[in-house]
Design a binder for this molecule. Structure first.
Ligand code: FEO
Ligand code: CA
Ligand code: CA
Length: 567
């Protein structure tokens, strides 16, 4: 097994190991990970650094025109132009192939601080707020590869979805009064778009995470229990949108349910540029990190989702029927199914607890299933879900395990089996395998930041995850790394636990978002908030061309010998 004796002891996992034995990859002649690791000494500079066997290209930086003929980058952002330009804060990403060497990138734009986007701490006009709102959301952009270089292309598919774009609701809570305001304003926008997923029917899932930070008020208020649990505060994240947009004013009674319209998984059809994004309420409302869709043997889909806050939970949505059957009947598989939350036991087993209002524990407190879904966090606590150390991305490995990164938790005082570090400064990755037709699971700790911290492949605060079909797990980091190392992309062998460093970013950035072309010869990853937006730290991706503001962007990574990325 790939976990150490020390991890075993710490996590008290005493289950029959045979049950968890990974599928052996017999007959593999080459090492799964064969590239030269990037030494940590080279991962501290102002520009990204990559393994000697690899190269990268910068693509679609914030503010570039979406279409080749669109409005050119200028700073600070202008709201009209920004709606036709790539957004800020690149995060989750997916590649939808349109043929050989041609495809669409869907890119989440999680956040950009006012100082970075507007050059101001606080908005002074409504146009400033509109510019900030227009920089958030999602970009869909067409790219093509010519002679080994990717470039943007004029496209009927390219579009921006931002905080004022029309959206729809679907699923069990769609008609709920909890999603209607006294002002009767239309449903607009997606926000704080963090990680992502994609469905087997070819759509993109964008996940709304720290939406609370965009709300606030100039009046003091006493948050309700639910508002506290979702993290609302008077100042929020300091965006000040409420000063010019009453939708985001927490004490404006006319918009009292506006906050309930965020915190969802949103489905976007990249192939139909006129389609509206649809918020799928069946998947619950929380600080959605990502939505990893897995097809089971019986044809149903499971969607694995982390709720990234300290002491929040891991969730799973399961469609009621095989997805193809539902899809052929014109029903969206994300609209009819059950939502579960994970409970980990010290024995290495776990239960999926169903968030169903008919359960006595919930029926006493919630008026309807819509009420449960809008207030998912509260319902999950009542059921006895296990509070985790900030669940971020999830992915299915080639060995059938589901991997989940638990990035860190500085506030944990009491360790438990699934979260054995207190405080958890460097994070860990847990993995589990479904049992009993998905009602239960068995789990173990796959890798832990503290155990690797002093090694040459040291990493801390795992966040983005993606597993390929050969047994590699790509791990992206978001947090302070050892000795000033920039955030990084590590490749792990899930059979042996071996890790190698492939890429490091720039100071102040996180590395996030993973997409690959179908041939796995190009991997797209994102540099988010380079220099934390401060040009004194870095002006990446510019060099000395007179433009000083750092810009979030995508890196297209290739192996120099044309091999599969990660090999
Ligand atoms: Fe958007 Fe939890 O990272
Ligand atoms: Ca993240
Ligand atoms: Ca993170």
């Amino acid at each position: 097994m790939s976990f150490s004796r020390r991890q075993l002891a710490k996590s008290c996992v005493g289950i029959a190991l045979a049950a968890l034995a990974p599928i052996a990859h017999s007959g593999l002649k080459k090492r799964l990970i064969d590239f030269k690791a990037l030494p940590s000494s080279l991962g501290k500079g102002k520009m990204p650094a990559i393994s000697k066997d690899y190269e990268y290209q910068v693509l679609v930086p914030w503010g570039d025109p979406l279409q080749p003929q669109g409005p050119n980058y200028s700073w600070p952002a202008n709201w009209k132009d920004q709606q036709e330009q790539i957004g800020v804060g690149h995060d989750g990403i997916a590649y939808f192939s349109l043929g050989k060497d041609n495809g669409l990138l869907a890119i989440n734009h999680e956040y950009g601080r006012n100082l970075h986007v507007l050059g101001l701490e606080d908005p002074v006009t409504r146009e400033h707020v509109l510019a900030s709102q227009s920089a958030h959301g999602v970009s869909i952009v067409e790219i093509t590869n010519e002679n080994g270089q990717w470039a943007k292309k004029q496209s009927k598919y390219s579009r921006r979805i931002h905080v004022n774009s029309p959206v729809e609701f679907s699923g069990p809570a769609a008609e709920s009064e909890l999603l209607i305001n006294p002002a009767n304003n239309p449903c607009l926008g997606t926000l704080s778009n963090c990680a992502n997923g994609r469905t087997p029917w070819g759509t993109y899932l964008t996940c709304e995470e720290n939406f609370n930070l965009f709300f606030g008020s100039d009046k003091a208020f006493t948050p309700t229990y639910a508002q506290k649990r979702y993290g609302y505060s008077q100042k929020g994240g300091g965006y000040g949108w409420y000063q010019f947009d009453e939708r985001f004013d927490l004490v404006n009674e006319a918009f009292k349910n506006e906050g309930n319209r965020f915190g969802w998984v949103v489905e976007i059809d990249p192939m139909n540029p006129r389609s509206l994004p649809i918020k799928r309420t069946g998947l619950g409302r929380f600080k959605h990190e990502g939505a990893s869709v897995v097809e089971s043997k019986d044809g149903r889909i499971s969607v694995y989702m982390g709720d990234d806050s300290r002491f929040e939970f891991i969730y799973k949505y399961v469609s009621s029927r095989p997805w193809r059957e539902m899809y052929n009947l014109g029903k969206n598989p994300l609209d009819s199914g059950d939502l579960f939350v994970a409970q980990f036991s010290a024995s290495g087993h776990g239960n999926w607890l169903k968030l169903d209002v008919r359960q006595p524990l919930l029926s006493r407190h919630f008026a309807s299933q819509a009420d449960v879904l809008v207030n998912t966090r509260l319902a999950a606590t009542l059921l006895g879900a296990t509070p985790m150390d900030r669940p971020e991305w999830m992915t299915e490995g080639s060995n059938g395990f589901i991997y989940c990164s638990l990035t860190n938790n500085s506030r944990r005082k009491t360790p438990d089996a699934a979260n054995p570090q207190a405080p958890n400064l460097h994070g860990h990755i847990i993995r589990f395998r479904e049992e009993e037709n998905g009602k239960k699971f068995v789990w173990e700790i796959f890798i832990s930041g503290i155990d690797h911290y002093e090694s040459e492949s040291s990493f801390s605060s795992p966040d983005g995850l993606w597993a390929d079909s050969d047994g590699r797990l790509f791990i992206q980091t978001d947090g302070d790394q050892r000795d000033g190392l920039n955030n990084q992309l590590i490749v792990a062998d899930t059979n042996t636990g071996e890790t190698r460093r492939l890429l490091t970013g720039v100071p102040g950035c996180e590395i996030t978002g993973i997409a690959v072309t179908p041939d796995q010869r190009t991997m797209f990853v994102n540099i988010q908030h380079p220099g934390r937006g401060d040009p004194a730290i870095t002006n990446f991706p510019h060099r000395l061309d007179g433009v000083t503001v750092p810009r979030d962007c995508t890196l297209a990574i290739r192996r120099k010998n044309g091999g599969i990325v990660g090999s």
